[in-house]
Design a protein around this ligand. Structure first.
Ligand code: ATP
Ligand code: MG
Length: 792
């Protein structure tokens, strides 16, 4: 690229200043829709095009995976445009389609694939894939680079098992979800189980500390990390190992962070370590070839429940600008024009947020015309509210050619509110997606298939092995599985090593042995294929050979058909992954799924109404927005009603919601609402009253109340019977034979030679022995009644 046109002409002068600023720290603060994200995106392009920065040296943090994809697309387009202009003297769209494609793919290879753009979790899990083997925790535990990532539901099931099985406690009193939440908070504050116990020395605190300790053990045993670890572990690794930090510090010379107001302390530590190499810096000289560029809006800080702290943004200049001359002007830029919303919408948003006391006043000038008034509607109940929304978006879609289904978004405070809207959309056949919610990758069948894949990549992932050992059913009973797990625990061996040993399985699994051995053999076979076959070929193999697909086909119910389609969709996801990525392997595919919480990347291209929580809507924009459920106790939520600080956060949330709208905004609430099971009268949100009346237009409640009795809200319950136990009852307690064997006995085995008994399992006819043989590296479990052995 020799000749470039001025792509920065798409920016206003403050944006331009921020983009052209080369080295050193820079903070961009501005209200919603003022082009912060655009400035960040263009800055990346400018670093590469103008300053010849190698894409390899750039790290950009976005809040969602979707935002990361959009940013890459945008940069790719800017580059392709530049090349088209300089090489052909034409704009990109004037080139023949195949030329456009060729250019794009050339740009992808040269620039985009080396750019690290993603969420904190995805970027730092990548760093861990490189360097985790150099890390050791305070208990000396280690992980290998093919570690598994446990998502929230995996983490909760580990917690649940510890509560109910290991500690034999009531999971009503110690609700796994809330215990997991407490553990997560403790982790994020850097508290060890012991620290936590010291902070909460009551009964509950002690129990949670104990669960926390076992939980950490369990993760390590499984060679697994949870979401918190993906951020925490790199910090500890960087603090522990200067060389590792030094490498990444050298590499990432230009760091950019979007939505900086929602970073928490630990994320800040990461950014700070990478920028400074853990040293105190700040002279002009230290910044000569590096930059830290963050953008944010304190009025949109909405993640304090995840420890986000907007004082980090307010402190940016003190943190990084210290020692530089002319602090203010050199390290901060303000943007003041809003390019997103109509003036009416913007005025309403500004007026609302001014009710907060904890804020710095900002200027936001509209650049777009006045627009329509904001529509307000009071519905009879949540069902009528959903109908109002769907009727209106349907007629807008029909009447305005500029709108398609993708132009609409419905925003709500809590996930539970989506159901009536979803039901209505489904009934009317309107396509929709739920952004960032409990979605595709949380479905049972998808998690089953992923568990197979995880077990293949990392057989020490016991949680995954156990998930699929009898799914579909292979006649492996619960007692058998318990026996195997037990033996592994007693021998202090990974579950997989027991499973992978035919002799031990034959001894422990009784009549299920065949099923267990077949399962282990399948896993081994797929493991051998990992290096030679593509991920999609392996997935295909797993689907066929595990019997999973056949089992769904045999069930032949609507539900199983639905599951079958989802499994098919997963296969599509692997294919798409293979097309879009350079380093294609199963492990990377799994990482990408663990970090994708939404289906939108699978169905991209299809215009669909977006349903999302206010939290998930941050950074996004839509021509038409319906903000529903504006009621006291909902938005603002119940807990904030008597807590001024939380109330301000709820107001910020409402501000985020309103400022997502470009053209038209609807605000709705209901007279009464059924939520979480009971029907309650509702009153309008105080936030509605805080909006200037002259900007609002009230729709009257519809007279014809629609009967809600005819609608079935019944959800089919998920049928997933417990695996049948096929092994014989294991409670025989004849003591006779047992007396013959003691720990420490020496034996001779015809196949394995001399060994020593280390454990005795069961009794009577069911007795089996764990033996450490002189010639073998791992112990075997043998049956003295069947195996060719004798005492010596
Ligand atoms: P938020 O605070 O919600 O994340 P933001 O400050 O990041 O908002 P952007 O999403 O970057 O804002 O921009 C909002 C809209 O304005 C986008 O559609 C963007 O393309 C457009 N925009 C940004 N800057 C300009 C500009 N200089 N000229 C025209 N349009 C612009
Ligand atoms: Mg933004």
């Amino acid at each position: 690229m020799t000749k470039t046109t001025d792509f920065l002409s798409h920016l206003n002068s403050s944006q331009r200043t921020s983009v052209e600023h080369f080295c050193g720290p820079l903070l961009v603060v501005a209200g919603a829709g003022s082009g912060k994200t655009r400035a960040l995106t263009y800055r990346i392009a400018n670093l590469i095009l103008k300053h010849r920065v190698d894409p390899h040296n750039i790290l950009a943090v976005t809040f969602t995976n979707k935002a990361a994809r959009e940013m890459k697309d945008r940069i790719q387009k800017i580059f392709a445009e530049q090349i088209a202009l300089s090489q052909y003297n034409k704009t990109l769209d004037k080139l023949a389609p195949h030329e456009q494609t060729r250019l794009r793919s050339q740009v992808y290879k040269t620039y985009i694939k080396d750019l690290w753009i993603g969420t904190f979790h995805s970027l730092f899990s990548r760093i861990l894939r490189f360097d985790i083997e150099k890390y050791q925790d305070e208990k000396g535990r280690r992980w290998t680079k093919n570690f598994s990532i446990f998502d929230e539901s995996d983490a909760q099931s580990v917690v649940k098992e510890i509560i109910t099985k290991k500690l034999q406690l009531d999971d009503k009193k110690f609700e796994p979800r809330s215990v997991r939440y407490t553990i997560s908070n403790a982790k994020n504050q850097g508290l060890s189980p012991r620290d936590f116990e010291r902070e909460q020395p009551n009964y509950r605190g002690r129990v949670i500390a104990e669960v926390y300790g076992y939980y950490e053990d369990k993760l390590a045993e499984n060679n697994a990390l949870d979401f918190d670890d993906l951020i925490l572990m790199p910090v500890k690794l960087f603090q522990q190992n200067e060389q590792v930090l030094g490498y990444w510090h050298q590499r990432f010379r230009h760091i950019l962070v979007d939505e900086y107001q929602d970073t928490n302390r630990i994320q800040y530590d990461l950014i700070n370590l990478l920028t400074t190499n853990g040293e105190t810096r700040k002279s002009e000289w230290d910044w000569r070839d590096r930059s830290i560029f963050v953008v944010g809006d304190a009025d949109q800080s909405i993640y304090s429940f995840r420890m986000a702290d907007f004082t980090i943004l307010l402190d940016f200049q003190a943190d990084f600008g210290d020692g530089l001359p002319d602090e203010d002007t050199r390290t901060m830029v303000k943007l003041e024009e809003n390019y997103r919303s109509r003036e009416t919408i913007l005025q309403a948003a500004n007026q609302l947020i001014e009710n907060n006391t904890q804020r710095i006043d900002k200027i936001l000038k509209p650049t777009r015309g006045e627009g329509e008034k904001i529509y307000c509607y009071k519905a009879d109940d949540e069902i009528a509210e959903a109908q109002f929304v769907i009727n209106h978006l349907r007629s807008l879609e029909q009447q305005h050619s500029e709108f398609n289904w993708g132009s609409f978004a419905v925003l709500y405070r809590t996930n539970a509110q989506s159901r009536p809207i979803e039901e209505n959309l489904v009934r009317q056949g309107i396509p929709y997606t739920i952004v960032g919610g409990l979605k595709f990758y949380d479905r049972k069948e998808i998690k089953d298939v992923l568990a197979y894949l995880r077990a293949i990549v990392n057989p020490y992932d016991t949680v995954s092995l156990l998930r699929v050992i009898n799914t579909p059913r292979r006649g492996i009973g619960k007692t058998t599985i318990d026996n195997l797990v037990n033996a592994a625990q007693q021998l202090n061996l990974p579950f997989w090593e027991i499973l992978n040993d035919e002799t031990s399985v034959n001894t422990l699994a009784g009549r299920s042995a065949k099923g267990v051995n077949n399962f282990a053999q399948l896993i081994r076979k797929w493991q051998e294929q990992v290096d030679t076959l593509s991920p999609s070929a392996i997935v295909q193999g797993v689907l066929d050979e595990s019997g999973y697909v056949k089992d769904l086909q045999n069930q032949g119910t609507d539900e199983s058909l639905d599951r079958l389609q989802n499994v098919q969709e997963l296969y599509n996801a692997v294919l798409q992954f293979e097309e879009e990525n350079e380093e294609v392997n199963l492990s990377n595919f799994l990482a990408s799924t663990a970090l994708t919480s939404d289906l939108d990347n699978l169905k991209e291209g299809q215009a669909a109404v977006s349903l999302l929580t206010l939290h998930a809507s941050k950074g996004l924009e839509f021509p038409v927005v319906f903000l529903v459920g504006l009621e006291q106790g909902l938005l603002p939520n119940y807990r904030s009603l008597d807590d001024p600080k939380s109330l301000e956060e709820e107001r910020r949330l409402c501000y985020v919601g309103i400022t997502r709208a470009q053209e038209i905004l609807y605000l709705t609430h209901a007279r009464e609402r059924r939520l979480y099971g009971s029907r309650e009268p509702a009153i309008a949100s105080q936030f509605l009253a805080e909006l200037p009346k002259e900007l609002l237009s009230f729709h009257l409640s519809s007279q014809a109340k629609v009967s809600s009795t005819s609608r079935s809200t019944h959800q089919p319950t998920q049928k997933w019977s417990h695996p049948q136990d096929n092994s014989a009852n294991n409670n025989s307690s004849a003591a006779d034979a047992e007396r013959d064997w003691r720990v420490g006995d020496r034996i001779f085995h015809k196949n394995f030679g001399i060994g020593e008994v280390t454990h005795i399992f069961g009794s009577g006819n069911k007795i089996s022995l764990a033996v450490r043989f002189a010639n073998l590296s791992t112990p075997k479990i043998v049956n003295p009644k069947i195996d060719p052995l004798q005492k010596v």
